[in-house]
Design a protein around this ligand. Structure first.
Ligand SMILES: Nc1nc2c(ncn2[C@@H]2O[C@H](COP(=O)(O)OP(=O)(O)O)[C@@H](O)[C@H]2O)c(=O)[nH]1
Ligand SMILES: [Mg+2]
Length: 434
């Protein structure tokens, strides 16, 4: 090897060594800066996972089921054993299969006989799917309560398939018999048709609709008597296109039972008077005949501003209801409904199930049996209930703008409900008035 080649080889070798040194130094730095970070992240999620599996308190992990266990577990049954359960495949009575996430409500011995109930047409499927998804995501994926769907027509295969896939509990599909969805024999259909025409001219909402009237009569007097509802003592009514804004980290049905509540609502406002001209008069006939159904501490002062002379229209908006079925099945309510039904106002006027339910609850129940749910966050077009208390909104990850809240506005009846019952209003309510 001559000296020129030797020099070139030496320079080449030196360059190689230098490059190797630089490269190894560079990559070493990169590893040093990244490795501990990766390890730390792994370590955290591992700890959270372990915590959730064993039911131990975990500080914070917003996407983990352990959060549900630990954030506010005061109303949740023991969850630890179930968090370990493998997911299971269940077959519905209709033959559909689905995989269920583990339920938190594990105390089967204390399982409440409760169900969701929805009256719907096949055409409501996709707007209803949104509601189911909201209720499942915010509440029922932890509890797996059943869901009963009722219809005056046969449900389509698509309706059943999609709703079954969205519900974590067992789904049941019921047909409404014609005697509960049609004109009763004592109704003069010509007179009813004339009323619909007049209401159409006056542009009263749903004033000319026959099916809306059947719906209101059914929700007033029959949903709780459907064969599929016989398995249950509690219900939560859900309508299409509603929203639930906040996580519900406790079992609502147990809450109702354990606190001796019978009827729960989220929104309250006055009814259109044109739809119920004689409802109050007809109610008074009944209460005069049956004073024994009115407990002394009823809530007449919520629905009447003149000691029962007139109805002020305040009612609980019945598109959301959580309640005890035994109230609707009681003698007082069944007789009241029969009295109203015979009077014909579901067809000769346009009595809604909301004022009918509300008047009954206000008159036939002691006032402390009625509960305002101010912590769920709820929407049905066009009104929002967004919790006033910012701590509740933060704890429960509420997805609503408190400025949109209707609860404390002048037209809402919730303020009246708080006043007549001498209840303490939630912190922050003053900021949400008109
Ligand atoms: N099966 C059936 N359900 C109906 C009918 N009309 C209304 N509904 C249901 O009854 C409930 C109230 O009806 P909706 O249109 O939401 O009335 P709104 O909330 O008063 O405007 C919803 O759950 C509807 O899906 C009908 O003709 N047949
Ligand atoms: Mg609706």
């Amino acid at each position: 090897m001559n000296s020129a080649r030797l020099v070139r080889f030496a320079v080449f070798a030196f360059c190689l060594i230098l490059c190797g040194f630089i490269l190894s130094k560079g990559s070493g730095t990169a590893y040093i800066s990244r490795l501990p970070l990766e390890k730390e992240t792994d370590g955290q999620s591992l700890a959270a996972g372990t915590g959730s599996a064993s039911g131990e308190v975990v500080e914070n992990n917003d996407n983990d089921i352990s959060l549900i266990n630990n954030k506010d577990s005061s109303n949740i049954q023991s969850t630890s054993s179930n968090a370990n359960d493998p997911q299971k495949i269940f077959t519905d009575p209709d033959g559909y299969q689905k995989i269920k996430a583990p339920a938190l409500n594990v105390d089967e011995g204390d399982r409440i006989k409760a169900t969701f109930v929805t009256l719907a047409r096949n055409s409501d499927l996709w707007s209803l799917a949104e509601s189911i998804r909201a209720v499942e995501d915010r509440f029922n994926n932890k509890f797996h309560y059943d869901w009963v769907f009722l219809n005056d027509d046969e449900f389509s295969e698509e309706f059943k398939r999609v709703t079954t896939s969205l519900c974590s509990g067992t789904t049941k599909y019921g047909f409404i018999e014609k005697d509960q969805w049609g004109f009763p024999s004592w109704i003069d259909t010509e007179k009813a048709a004339k009323v619909r025409q007049e209401m159409k001219e006056k542009k009263i909402i749903y004033g000319d609709s026959i099916s809306y009237r059947h719906m209101c009569r059914y929700e007033s007097g029959f949903f709780f008597r459907h064969k599929l509802m016989e398995d249950y003592e509690w219900y939560w009514r859900v309508e299409p296109s509603i929203k639930i804004y906040c996580d519900i980290n406790y079992d609502i049905f147990k809450f109702m039972r354990d606190n001796n509540k019978v009827y729960g609502f989220t929104i309250s406002l006055p009814e259109y008077k044109e739809t119920i001209p004689t409802l109050w008069e007809t109610t008074r006939e009944f209460t005069k005949e049956h004073p024994e159904y009115l407990p002394e501490n009823n809530m007449l002062d919520f629905i009447s501003d003149d000691n029962g002379n007139t109805y002020n229209g305040c009612h609980f908006w019945s598109n959301f209801e959580v309640g005890s079925l035994s109230f609707w099945r009681s003698d007082a309510y069944l007789k009241y409904f029969e009295h109203l039904d015979k009077a014909g106002g579901f067809f000769y006027e346009r009595w809604g199930d909301a004022p009918v339910h509300s008047i009954a609850a206000a008159l036939f129940l002691p006032r402390d049996k009625i509960h305002f749910f101010g912590d769920l966050g709820y929407y049905h077009v066009p009104f929002h209930n967004c919790p006033a208390d910012k701590d509740i909104r933060d704890q429960n990850r509420c997805l609503c703008n408190p400025k949109d809240d209707f609860t404390w506005k002048g037209y809402s009846c919730v303020g009246k409900y708080f006043s007549v019952n001498k209840l303490k209003r939630p912190s922050g309510w003053e900021d949400l008035t008109d």
